[in-house]
Design a protein around this ligand. Structure first.
Ligand code: GUN
Length: 296
């Protein structure tokens, strides 16, 4: 039996369409949400992400404000730019593309962003709000994972969810979101004993380790929902390369009930959720009621 393939591209496109409607509604009141993206350095993958963010922000009817800084940018210069964007009334969202060059303390940078404009949801205040169940801005990739899971399992209540990976960007926040959905959540990592056995107990498996095809087909419970956050580039033949996830897709698709592909699964959801967060921030900053973009 072959799993249902969760079409992240199509689901992201419909989310972006709902965001564009909400942006048009704001535009009718004279409000054009602005998203500032700061890129420090020349990391090729980061450049691709930032170019895509810029294009999709404009396509959703919002304003994209881009700041590209040289790789030797000082911490002071970056903090000064963030302070300026925090004060700028036309800026609703601020995103600092990660990773940052080694001379910059990423923790201090994230702390400097106004939590009301923190569309990445990485500020410790927003992380704390997520952990305590208070409303706030939620990290984009984790939000995308939960939206995708709910397209095939509308209620996550009582499901055994295993998250493989404990990063601040994906593993920890996705675990918090799943807990808020009343799943029974286990966070696994490189020191976990019998990871294959633990994964076999999962009704919902979220793979966010950054290790190409680490999770094998026989680690997956028949019928489970598998959300693959990994984006790993593997060298192919003749100088080519291909993208693979953290899950061995060809094996997993034979066992799982539903699975996200790589590419075309979680990846497209990140920017769609970023745009949704920008509209949320634009509304919240003006005291307007929240809009719900995701299926309930
Ligand atoms: N680098 C990789 N993913 C992300 C993300 O979601 N946000 C930011 N700011 N940087 C990233």
């Amino acid at each position: 039996m072959s799993a249902t393939i969760i079409d992240g591209k199509a689901i992201a496109a419909s989310l972006r369409a709902r965001v564009a409607e909400a942006a048009a509604d704001l535009a009718a009141r004279g409000i054009v949400p602005g998203l500032a993206v700061i890129l420090v350095g020349e990391d090729p993958a980061s450049r691709v992400y930032v170019a895509s963010k810029k294009k999709m922000t404009a396509a959703a009817g919002m304003r994209s404000i881009d700041h590209t800084l040289p790789p030797d940018t000082t911490q002071e210069r970056l903090l000064a730019l963030i302070a300026e964007l925090n004060r700028d009334e036309g800026v609703d969202g601020i995103l600092v593309q990660l990773p940052l060059p080694p001379q910059i303390d990423a923790g201090q940078v994230l702390l400097a962003i106004d939590p009301a404009k923190d569309v990445d949801g990485f500020h410790p205040l927003n992380a704390g709000r997520l952990a305590t169940g208070e409303p706030g801005l939620v990290p984009c990739t984790p939000l995308g994972c939960v939206i995708l899971a709910k397209t095939v399992a509308p209620s996550l209540t009582g499901l055994n969810a295993v998250v493989v990976g404990r990063s601040n960007i994906v593993g920890k926040p996705v675990a918090q979101l799943l807990l808020a959905e009343s799943a029974t959540v286990t966070i696994a990592h490189s020191r976990t004993r019998d990871l294959p056995g633990l994964c076999r107990g999962a009704d919902l498996l979220v793979a966010a380790v950054g290790r190409p095809e680490m999770i094998r087909g026989d680690w997956i419970r028949p019928g489970a929902v598998v959300i693959d956050v990994g984006i790993n580039r593997l060298a192919g033949e003749g100088g080519t390369s291909r993208l693979v996830g953290d899950v061995a897709f060809a094996e997993a698709v034979e066992v799982a009930g539903a699975i996200t592909p790589v590419p075309g699964g979680v990846g497209p959801m990140t920017i769609a959720c970023l745009l949704a967060n920008t509209v949320r921030a634009a509304r919240a900053r003006r005291g307007l009621p929240e809009v719900i973009f995701e299926p309930a």
